[in-house]
Design a protein around this ligand. Structure first.
Ligand code: 7RM
Length: 631
């Protein structure tokens, strides 16, 4: 099953297209199933209805933990590096992790959680976060991890959408030189969350917190009340494993649903092959477990393969911009998987921060989350990989569960800025505006998939129609990714960015509509329009055009802008704060009332020379005003 050469890749790819069921059955067979499946795949992309390993029974934690005990019970499963380099870290062997997951699972049971119940997890990047996630999976509870940078309002929206019964959190989180009061944010959220019965609170920062009798319990005390004996719940391959909320072009974030069997097989298969993972290697994925990258390539993929996964609590620039390299050196990291935004930011601090560290343990470098520009690619290649580590530019999405288009390390010839070729089982297709397939090479179009892979989303929580509408209706019979893509003369794929109203700011997915709604909640704001613009470090920055009920004077404008930022922070979280705000008296609208974002994007980019056709605008004069006031 393991791909070692380009020939292997071509063979695997060919089989995966000619006989996908046999191909994936072969991969899935390597895992531990309580009961084998009876049908490998049932699908249609119209409803959509997608089922992998039908009738198969398993528990993902048996595959991530129990299965490894005999052979590598004493090997590190998780190495934890704290925010403060002077604080002692933690290494959990597979045996220790198994023990702690079972204990935590028993704590959940004691607090009324059972199979199918939803649990919200709002935690710092500590081992207990991975343990909490796995404990849910152990007993068949569905986890919904919310990134620690989201606001109380965002947590409340997610909890209510999934009707979570319990929340797992901590008193606070350390991030660089900041302390985030997680429990206090949860308390604010829970004012509007009647479904939540219990809150389990871990001690991390020992910030004083309110503990409500009957609702809030301390994790440490709960753990004293349980044993480490917790048989895994038998799950159907298509039972829900987790929900993860992600932004789209309209409305509130959607709860992307992944199921036990297919997701496990896909996360593990892609982890092992793309990174060419070898037993004993240390894998360092710098993402937060609050995002899909953390789910698939810190927790499930590596653990399903018996790997050692490094979990880092802090940020790349604390205590200084050499922190990643310090960690690589200290823990002899073999695989480093990070985002272009981190690379670009660290590039700016110069080579001194890199050169005093031993990076010779590195074997493979990965990139994810946004397009990687050539300059960042080369810096990564030259100064981190020293031109001896393949770079895998992995393209995928929350909805895809795992990587879809990516080089296989050392196997696929790489090309800067290209995600290169589809992985086995992945059948990309480029289409034009009218849904016509664009064939041949040296072309570009909208990126779709014409066949399911085991990690594809099954639905969006509580609203299957929204799933159909968002991903399967634009081009009937296809899964639409929302990305634009180029296929060059060699058949290599290069992702050019979103073609919908979704922004990618420092690798975080943010819907323009979400930011607009938040801005519009600010008093005095009549209307707003949000677009992205190129940003040297973040990839994209957020530019907001705002109509206020009275145009603020220069003095007031600055204060009002800060108030708007505070409002957005409150409603969504600090990650969605606009980088630039421009007050305008009107927005460029067509006669039918549609905002012409194309024009606003051009102005935000600073390219006002050629705004294209503006004759369909209701009031073309507004464009001149906006151009003149651009910030
Ligand atoms: C894994 C993740 C998904 C969106 C996706 C793209 C963009 C991700 C790359 C990329 C160019 C890449 N999930 N994207 N990886 N663009 N090259 N290697 O990021 O759901 O949060 O975002 O991110 O636009 O649609 S996500």
């Amino acid at each position: 099953m393991r791909i070692r050469t380009f020939d292997d890749y071509q063979q695997a790819y060919q089989q995966s297209v000619e006989d996908p069921e046999a191909f994936w059955a072969g991969v899935a067979q390597e895992f531990q199933w309580r009961k084998p499946w009876t049908k490998t795949l049932q699908w249609n992309f119209t409803e959509p209805n997608i089922k992998w390993f039908v009738g198969g029974k398993l528990n993902i934690t048996e595959n991530c933990l129990d299965r490894h005990l005999a052979e590598r019970g004493d090997q590190p499963a998780i190495i934890w590096e704290p925010n403060d380099p002077h604080e002692a870290g933690v290494t959990l062997t597979y045996r220790m992790l198994h023990d702690q997951v079972c204990r935590m699972a028993n704590v959940l049971k004691r607090n009324g959680v059972g199979k199918g119940d939803r649990v919200c997890v709002y935690m710092p990047m500590v081992p207990e976060l991975a343990i909490a996630v796995l404990a849910c999976a152990r007993i068949g509870a569905i986890h919904s991890v919310v990134f620690g940078g989201f606001s109380a309002q965002s947590i409340a929206d997610r909890i209510n959408d999934a009707q979570c019964r319990l929340v797992i959190t901590a008193d606070g989180a350390y991030r660089g030189n900041k302390e985030i009061p997680l429990k206090s944010v949860v308390d604010d959220a829970l004012i509007g969350c009647p479904s939540v019965e219990k809150v389990i609170v871990m001690t991390r920062t020992r910030t004083p917190v309110a503990m409500l009798k009957g609702r809030d319990v301390w994790m440490e005390q709960e753990l004293k009340q349980v044993t480490a004996d917790c048989p895994a719940e038998e799950m159907d391959a298509e039972d829900v494993l987790f929900i993860l909320y992600t932004s789209g072009s309209t409305g509130k974030p959607k709860g992307v649903v992944h199921t036990c069997g297919g997701y496990m097989v896909y996360a593990a298969y892609t982890f092992e092959n793309v990174f060419q993972y070898e037993p004993g290697q240390v894998h360092f994925c710098t993402a937060d477990i609050g995002w899909i990258t953390g789910h698939s390539y810190i927790v499930y993929g590596p653990l399903a393969c018996g790997a050692t996964s490094l979990l880092f609590e802090g940020v790349p620039t604390y205590p200084d911009a050499g922190r990643f390299w310090d960690i690589v050196d200290k823990h002899q990291v073999n695989i480093l998987y990070t985002a272009p935004t981190a690379i670009r930011s660290l590039m700016g601090f110069g080579l001194d921060k890199v050169e005093n560290h031993d990076l010779s343990s590195l074997k493979v470098l990965g990139s994810v989350g946004e397009p990687i520009n050539a300059e960042a690619w080369h810096w990564y290649d030259d100064h981190i990989g020293k031109n001896r580590c393949p770079i895998v530019d992995t393209w995928w999405q929350t909805e895809t569960g795992g990587m879809l288009i990516s080089p296989i390390a050392g196997v696929t010839k790489t090309k800067p800025t290209y995600a290169t070729l589809p992985l086995p089982g992945v059948q990309p297709m480029l289409v034009d505006e009218n849904g016509q397939e664009i064939e041949g090479n040296g072309v570009s179009g909208n990126l779709c998939m014409k066949f399911p892979w085991p990690g594809i989303l099954r639905t969006t929580w509580g609203d299957h129609e929204r799933c159909r509408q968002t991903y399967f209706s634009t081009y009937p019979g296809l899964y639409f990714t929302g990305d634009g893509c180029l296929r060059d003369e060699d058949g290599y794929y290069r992702i050019t960015g979103r073609v919908d109203d979704v922004l990618n700011v420092s690798g975080h997915r943010i819907g323009t509509a979400e930011v607009e709604n938040a801005i519009n909640m600010h008093t005095g704001v009549v209307e707003s329009a949000v677009v992205g613009y190129p940003h040297d470090i973040k990839g994209q920055g957020i530019y907001a055009y705002v109509i206020a009920d009275a145009m603020p004077s220069d003095h007031d404008a600055d204060l009002t802008k800060r108030d708007i930022l505070a409002t957005v922070s409150r409603v969504i979280g600090p990650i969605a704060k606009p980088d630039k705000i421009q007050f305008v008296s009107g927005l460029p609208k067509t006669r039918s009332g549609k905002i012409m974002r194309r024009i606003l994007r051009k102005i935000a980019e600073g390219d006002t020379s050629n705004l294209g056709d503006t004759t369909t605008l209701l009031d073309p004069a507004v464009v001149d005003e906006i151009k003149a006031g651009a910030v």
